[in-house]
Write a new protein. Sequence first.
Lengths: 251, 407, 281
Amino acid sequence: MSGQLEVRGLRVVFDGFQAITDLDFTVQPGELRFLIGPNGAGKTTLIDVVTGRTKPASGSVRFNGTELVGRREHAIVRLGVGRTFQTSVVFEELSVLENLDLAASFRRGLPALLRARRGVSGVVAAVLDTTGLNALADRPAGVLSHGQRQWLEIGMLLVQRPSLLLLDEPVAGMSRGERERTGHLLQAVAKDHTVVVIEHDMEFLRRFASQVTVLHEGRLLCEGTVGEVQADPRVQEVYLGRSSSKKEPVV
Amino acid sequence: MTHSKSFVGTTTSFFLLAGLLLLAAPALLPAFRLELLAKWLCYAIVAVGIHLAWGRGGMLTLGQGVFFGLGGYAMGMHLKLTDAGPGQLPDFMVWSGVETLPALWAPFRNPAFALAMVVVLPTVVAILLGTLVFRQRVRGAYFAVLSQALAAAFVILLVGQQGLTGGTNGLTNVQFFFGLDLYDPAQKRIVYYLVVGALGLVFLAAWQLSRSRLGRLLVAIRDGEDRVRFLGYDPAVVKTVVYAVSAATAGIAGALFVPVVGILGPADLGVVPSLEMLVAVAIGGRFSLGGAIGGAVLYNYASTGLSETFPSGWTYLQGAMFIAVMLWAPRGLAGLFSSGWSWIGGFRERRFPGSGGLSSTPASLPEPKAASASAPAQATSSTTSSASEPAPASGPAPSSARGEVPA
Amino acid sequence: MAVLNQLFIGASMGAVLLLIALGLTFTFGQMGVINMAHGEFLLVGAYTAYLLQNVVLALPVAFAVAGALGLVLERLLIRRFYGRPLDTLLLTFGVSLILQQLARDIFGAPNVGVTAPAWLTGGIGGFPYSRIFILVLALACVAAISLYLTRMKQGRRMRAVMQNRQLAAVSGVATERVDQLTFLIGSGLAGVAGVALTLIGPVGPSLGTYYIVDAFLIVVAGGLGQLRGAVIAAFVLGVLNSFVEFWTDASLAKVVVFAVIVAFLQLRPQGLFVLRSRALT
């Protein structure tokens, strides 16, 4: 079986510490996959490897059949893999519109980049609508609230039209209402993109996740639907079990 | 954009006025003053490049003197050869006992070649260093240190190769510039207009670059280089291009400096002169094109006036000025001016964001931030930059990343 | 013999550079401060030796005077600039100009010399005692710093702050106190280096400018805050410089050294040794 993203035999070592051990991981086209696991499970590391930020000790990462290991970050983005970060990073001095426009222009050549932006392109306008940032388009991104920043970041990802989106804790630190909106945004996005989401929030997971992959100490623990995963005794032990005594799972 | 209209209008008319004054200067100033003004304007051209590389791109280039010198020597070599006349050697070679023209010098007899080298030499050196350094993600303070070391090495090389470069004295007593007698004030006025023209062109080019997408990208790279990578751009390429542009700009300035001043030597190019070029921009305001140019003119005006009258006092003043600017006006005079303006103008908008316009002064300096956002899962703190690492950009972050705990 | 001699000259040059770079690597590594005035602490040491005309006595005095001056600088100015490395560079350049001009106004622009004590004149097998003394001095300083960092409570705190300032702070380390101490020690070592320089030749007000760039290159090549890195980089650069000077000429040596460092950074962009962390800038 071949997926859009295929990780095989991945091993990542930080200074002798095995962050990921012999990981196999496949995502099918069009899937909305949630990636969960306790701290240190290797979730962010996995995304870092896929996007070229971390070099694995061994193993392969194929995206639509193309090997990603050894490519530089921007080259991987150009292949159609986009990501967001745990702490959202937007360019505070540029306006919301400029942030989006910059993200949307990455395939333009140098001569085209030397011209000033004129008007708002269709893609950018559409994403301003989807993310609800229309009213803030001309404001510097530095004034945005935490939730708005996350949406801007997702928006910057969307205007790039990647075929695979990797989102690292998109709802962390969001209010209940913001989570709700983000969830719906994700569902809308997942209709025509492949999306992998790292998330801790169990309530969010139950509401929006279909397929879930659980990592633990750098290894794949199990995969399945939310129900299957929650029922798995190993998962309960390493992850859910530990946090079941608290209202919110420990991040 | 959120620029208040009156502010943009004011800056535009300010620039127009400044341009008119520069064009009228030959009629208003005696020849000796005009020559000094031309010299300061050469530094203003360098300042435009520094504004782009440092103010926009966050690359603290401490070695602009190298590029200034490469452009200057390319021009100076040609002028020395034409001064000497066909088949003759430049004066300093005769003094140091050189008998045949070194192979390095020969092509510079050709004016087209020399003019091309004014831009090509600095550009090539900058591309070479930029590619090697930026591709490996050497940046911030590391880059600053390397560019400074380049200036140090360059000057030692110039001084050491006496027969080739004129050593400590450099190239002196340049008399003719493409047929113009530089000792004749009337003909020298043409050189002045050339400098003003070059400054105007460089100004317009930098202005267009700043308002283009590339300009936005540059600011984005300054504030979050790693994030830009995940937008599909290669920051190393953008930084190298802009670094090369700033180097070429300095090269042009150096080439004009030679006919204006008549002398170019290592003393104009080393670590300290390079730092002075930078400091002038810091004082004027590195984030603002107008500030950078104004800073260069003002600084060199003060330097010329005071360094001769009170050499020791001027050095103290210089030192005190750097400290004062860094302490109280990290955005320079342009920053003071624009905040003063917004205060007077009954600000409709609290901020003048760094978007578009001539004097794009960010309301808040870029704080060093962990652009890669890989700091351990701290969703709530957005400015988690460990102070132990050289931050990509510098800004007077009052909330610097220092968590103090009383012992 | 010539090779051995160049090696020796290079090593003793490396020893001086090491003494200068030690202070820089810690202030740069721990506090992110690019202290351009560090070169002027050399001056303080050199002129202390000149005033005392006694190298041995000058060593502790220079350490104390330069260290105190460093502390004053840190308290008055630099502490306001943490997290803004590039701004500290310009700030301290201003300080450096003032200190240099002070030296010029007090001691005059011409170079001054220090009479070396009788037991340091002469040499053994072509190796001058004075340079052997400098080598021993540098190694002694490295040993002392190394002991301080590993064995003493204050030194361990310093390493903690260097590795993770925020974690150290919340673990109860008074980071501000540690910073002051680091600055004091770093500046003091530059003072010691300044005394050592008087053994090599006469010193003048622009002494600092001459050495500061090389010292920074050593910090960059060795890796921030890395004692081992600084030691290796200093000796390699010193020896390399001395050999290139020997084979070609002095003016090319700097260019070659610069090229070697840029080439080296292609292999190790963060220097010889790196403080590893998952967080990248």
